[in-house]
Every structure is written in structure tokens, then in C-alpha cells.
Design a protein around this ligand. Structure first.
Ligand code: CP
Ligand code: NVA
Length: 298
């Protein structure tokens, strides 16, 4: 594994190896065992969109691994003034040991990897959010003991989160079902249908039926603020709530990548009932990303 750009590039075995290392790093951290596996290494973190979890977990994670992280806002970088990504990649490769980037186009992340000579990690694009999905699978695995054979339901937009969960879910042998309105299907649908147990349905209760984990995300992602009104209409029946959760298994988890919009994609009641799972999920960003950093940069 040279880069971490999308789960389509990562094998089931590589995912498994990351989960195992993440478990170990989590254990070591909880027991105060230092693990300076990236001593002297520097990660650059380019942000073209806002972030709380991604920024803080990568920065803290690099520190805990004995290295350091630089927060590079596109507002300050020359990339924000039009310097080509090809040049940025070649320059940053001379200073840093790895780059994490959050941006709009997946192509920009792929270009950074192609033109640079150091590992690149996708910290969210319009197409994918692979680090979040890895934290999500780690959390399901922790709570349920395994992944293969479990059913994952996604309710809402066929967005970056849906794409990564569907591809990753299929790779680890989960059944995946998405409930979304017409016109909001995930880009990876054809691949998923051909490669695993994947369905698209229109009714959230049907997706949730027999599910071990029910996942949702915002109706309008970063960069789609202009469509918020239209999306509010399109997604008004695509909410995770106690009514739909009746169809899931009695011990089903509810997951959300955060930030959450209570009263839109999830009710306050359902969110708070499952807050333990949702914040475990947020915590696991730290552990799983440290494992990815070690795999790529050690
Ligand atoms: N879930 C997630 O990526 O959160 P941030 O946007 O806060 O980084
Ligand atoms: N789909 C959301 C995820 C945020 C972590 C977005 O792209 O804004």
C-alpha cells in the first residue's frame, strides 16, 4: 500500500491488517505504552474544506506516534492562488514524509499521489471518505466481534460516505443496503452490485430491515450548501428515527460520521440513544488513522 486514496484500491487483507494494528495502538494508548513509530516524521495536512475530527485526530495521532503535523489551509497555500497540484506535490515531497488532503475533486488527490513521491491520504473528497469508513468498520467490529455476514444499512444521500461504506462493506463481506431518493444513488452502485450483496431501495424501513448497523449522514455535504433547500425536500422521508429502527435487529447500532443535523437525517432521540456508539466511532478515527500512517510512513 503506497497511498490511501479510496477503499477501491485497498484489499480486504490490507483492511484487516489496519484494523489489527489500530486495535494494538488503541490498547497501547489506553495503557500508557508509548509508540513513537514515526519519530522525526512530518505529515502535511491540506484542507480545502472545514474539519474538526479529521484535523484534530491526524494532528494528535502524529504527535502520539512521535512525529509532527502541519495544518496547511488552502487559503494560505499558493494552491489557493492557482499553483498547479503537480508542482505542489513535487515541492511538498521534498519537505515532508506524507500528505493528508481534504478537498473537492478526487482527481486532485490522485494527482497529488501521482506527481509527488511520498504517501498521500484522502481526508475526504466529494467522492470518498475512506478514513472515516475505516473507523466505522473498526467500531462495528469492536461492538459485534466481526464484520463478514453482518448487514449495514445506509439511509440518505449516495455521497462520499455512502461510496466508501459500500465499497468497504462489500470488501469485508457485509450485506449493504442503501435507501435513497431517485437521483441520489451512489456512484459505486454498479461495481457493488457486480461484486457483492448490495441493494438500493427507496424505503428507509426496507434498508433497515434486519440490519446490524444503521448509518446516516447529512443531506447536504460540504460544497452543496446552494442545494440545501432542494435537498431538504428530497430527503424529508430519509431520516433515521425510532420508527425505522424498529425494523433493524433489536441490538442494532446507529452510526453517524458527524457533524449531525438533529431533526434532519436523525432524530435527537435516536442520536442520544446511540451516542455511545457514535462517539466510539469518532474516537476510532484517531486509532485507525494512526495505523494507516504507520503502514504508509514507518
Ligand atoms: N467526520 C469527519 O470527517 O468530521 P470532520 O469534518 O470534522 O473532519
Ligand atoms: N458527507 C459529508 C461528510 C462530512 C464528514 C460531507 O462531505 O460534508
Amino acid at each position: 500500500m503506497k497511498h490511501f486514496l479510496k477503499l477501491g484500491d485497498v484489499s480486504a487483507q490490507e483492511m484487516q491488517d489496519i484494523f489489527e494494528l489500530a486495535d494494538q495502538l488503541k490498547y497501547e494508548k489506553k495503557h500508557g505504552i508509548a509508540h513513537p513509530r514515526l519519530a522525526g516524521k512530518t505529515l502535511g495536512m491540506i484542507f480545502q474544506k472545514s474539519s474538526t475530527r479529521t484535523r484534530v485526530s491526524f494532528e494528535a495521532g502524529m504527535y502520539q506516534l512521535g512525529g509532527s503535523a502541519l495544518h496547511l489551509s488552502s487559503r494560505d497555500l499558493q494552491i489557493g492562488r492557482g499553483e498547479p497540484v503537480q508542482d505542489t506535490a513535487r515541492v511538498l515531497s521534498r519537505y515532508l514524509d506524507g500528505i493528508m488532503i481534504r478537498t473537492f475533486a478526487q482527481k486532485e488527490v490522485e494527482d497529488l499521489a501521482e506527481y509527488g513521491s511520498i504517501p498521500v491520504i484522502n481526508g475526504l473528497t466529494d467522492y470518498a471518505h475512506p478514513c472515516q469508513a475505516m473507523a466505522d468498520f473498526m467500531t462495528i467490529r469492536e461492538h459485534k466481534g466481526a464484520l463478514a455476514g453482518l448487514k449495514l444499512a445506509f439511509v440518505g444521500d449516495g455521497n462520499n460516505m455512502a461510496n466508501s461504506l459500500i465499497v468497504g462493506g462489500v470488501k469485508v463481506g457485509m450485506k449493504v443496503s442503501i435507501a435513497c431518493p431517485e437521483g441520489y444513488e451512489p456512484e459505486v452502485a454498479d461495481w457493488a452490485k457486480a461484486n457483492g450483496d448490495f441493494t438500493i431501495v427507496r424505503d428507509p424501513a426496507e434498508a433497515a430491515d434486519g440490519a446490524d448497523a444503521v448509518y446516516t449522514d447529512v443531506w447536504a455535504s460540504m460544497g452543496q450548501e446552494g442545494e440545501a433547500e432542494k435537498r431538504m425536500q428530497a430527503f424529508r422521508n430519509y431520516q433515521v428515527n425510532e420508527e425505522n429502527m424498529r425494523f433493524a435487529k433489536p441490538d442494532a447500532m446507529v452510526l453517524h460520521c458527524l457533524p449531525a443535523h438533529r431533526g434532519e437525517e436523525i432524530t435527537e432521540e435516536t442520536f442520544e440513544k446511540h451516542a455511545g456508539e457514535i462517539f466510539d466511532q469518532a474516537e476510532n478515527r484517531l486509532h485507525v488513522q494512526k495505523a494507516i500512517l504507520v503502514k504508509l510512513m514507518a
